[in-house]
Design a protein around this ligand. Structure first.
Ligand code: NDP
Ligand code: MG
Length: 395
């Protein structure tokens, strides 16, 4: 690419957004920020705009746009609002690369807009792929969109596959993709004690600092479940080609097992700036600000098989993947509703899995080969989960 890489960062005010801007700020000769988007954290977005002077900033609604516009008087950033503006900045002709780092289903339409515009898409927003895998990947191949995984596991798999990988794992001699998982904060908590755990405990991840939703997903291992589905689409992997390995130190970010017995892996300190820098600079390598890995300090690496009684959400995700059709979108939607209720103190931790399981049972199977069908499945999953929450409150 000649000249600086011009970026739109969707979800700039979140954990991935902050790490992205940290890497970008280390390489002003390489990157130029054209658009930043946020939702509720206007003060952070205002500070980012003053620092990076993007042409556009996007927020949720026009009242927030007015407030941010006033705060940014003289900065030269045009403030826009709403979903159409998110889609618009993702597809701007003056943008080369889009970091898709909005959390949850809200990220789907702007991420798809970037894919359709043929941008280089750096995908953190795994929920978009879980919901709409078939539609999403069909657009990626139709447009020839460069799609680079930011999720640390998928980034590690990408780095451990041959550069020539074109969607055929068997042709590359791959037997299995092994996704590592830390096991989260409750890996060793007695199962009976899980009924009492609080949102603060669930969000206190042992190795990674992340947004609240993905932190709860890591505690339940729904995050790994969503990542299994994400791997299915990114690497065209069958469910039996994907295995989850608990690795509490989070040093090996994932592995690829080949038919000749070789296993290739990517290792590093648990810091999202590594996969972000990898994807931003690909195929070059740039400094990410991450400390070099010190194997002597780490000493040992451990591995365990996940206990599915402790982590029922992982089973639910495999079940949804095997069922196909609308099941992953329903799973994702019900999970978003259940996690929000848990974070707001309206649902006990073990009931997250119960609400998702009941929602999967309640919504009839359907195909999701159009965006409309995906959005209908998302709505049905949310309605089913909200219905379960009401039943729980009433009883
Ligand atoms: P955060 O909660 O920290 O940030 C989410 C971002 O999305 C914020 O910028 C937020 O804006 C914005 N946002 C929230 N709701 C909406 C909405 N309805 N419309 C538009 N924007 C919205 O999440 P993370 O950064 O942790 O995660 C982002 C994505 O990356 C998720 O899909 C997650 O699964 C994935 N991911 C994250 C990792 C991590 O280490 N954090 C690792 C791997 C994947 P605001 O803050 O202004 O309200
Ligand atoms: Mg991950």
């Amino acid at each position: 690419m000649t000249g600086r890489q011009r970026l739109a960062i969707l979800g700039a005010t979140g954990s991935i957004g902050l790490s992205t801007l940290d890497v970008v700020a280390r390489h002003p000769e390489r990157f130029e920020v054209v658009a930043l988007t946020g939702h509720r954290r206007l003060d952070i977005l205002a500070a980012q705009c003053r620092r990076h002077r993007p042409r556009y900033a996007v927020v949720g609604d026009s009242a927030d746009a007015k407030r941010l516009g006033e705060a940014l008087a003289g900065v030269g950033t045009e403030v826009l609002a709403g979903v159409a503006a998110l889609e618009g900045v993702a597809a701007l002709p003056e943008v080369d690369t889009v970091m898709a780092a909005i959390v949850g289903a809200a990220g789907l339409s702007p991420t798809l807009a970037a894919v359709r515009a043929g941008k280089k898409v750096l995908l953190a927003n795994k929920e978009a792929l879980v919901m709409a895998g078939a539609v999403f990947m069909a657009e990626v191949s139709r447009r020839g969109t460069p799609l680079l995984p930011i999720d640390s596991e998928h980034n590690a798999v990408f780095q451990s596959l041959p550069r020539a990988f074109d969607g055929n794992l068997a042709a590359c001699g791959v037997r299995k993709v092994l996704l590592t998982a830390s096991g989260g904060p409750f890996r060793a908590t007695p199962i009976e004690a899980l009924a009492e755990v609080t949102p603060e405990q669930a969000c206190a991840h042992p190795n990674w600092v992340m947004g609240r939703k993905i932190s709860v997903d890591s505690a339940t291992m729904m995050n790994k479940g969503l990542e299994v589905i994400e791997a299915r689409w990114l690497f065209n992997a069958m469910p039996e080609q994907i295995e989850v390995v608990i690795h509490p130190q989070s040093i090996i970010h994932s592995l690829v097992q080949y038919v000749d017995g070789s296993v290739l892996a990517q290792l590093g300190n648990p810091d999202m700036r590594t996969p972000i820098a990898h994807a931003l600079a690909y195929p070059d390598r740039i400094d990410a600000g991450v400390a070099p890995l010190d194997l002597f300090e780490i000493g040992r690496l451990n591995f365990e098989r996940p206990d599915l009684r402790r982590f029922p959400c992982l089973s639910l995700a495999f079940q949804a993947l095997r069922a196909g059709g609308n099941a992953p979108a329903v799973l994702n939607a019900a999970n978003e509703v259940a996690v929000e209720a848990f974070l707001e103190g309206r649902l006990a931790y073990p009931d997250i899995a119960q609400v998702i399981a009941a929602s999967l049972d309640a919504v009839p199977a359907a195909a999701t080969d159009t965006l409309e069908a995906v959005l209908a499945a998302d709505r049905a999953g949310r309605e089913a989960a909200l219905g379960m929450l009401l039943v729980r409150h009433a009883s």
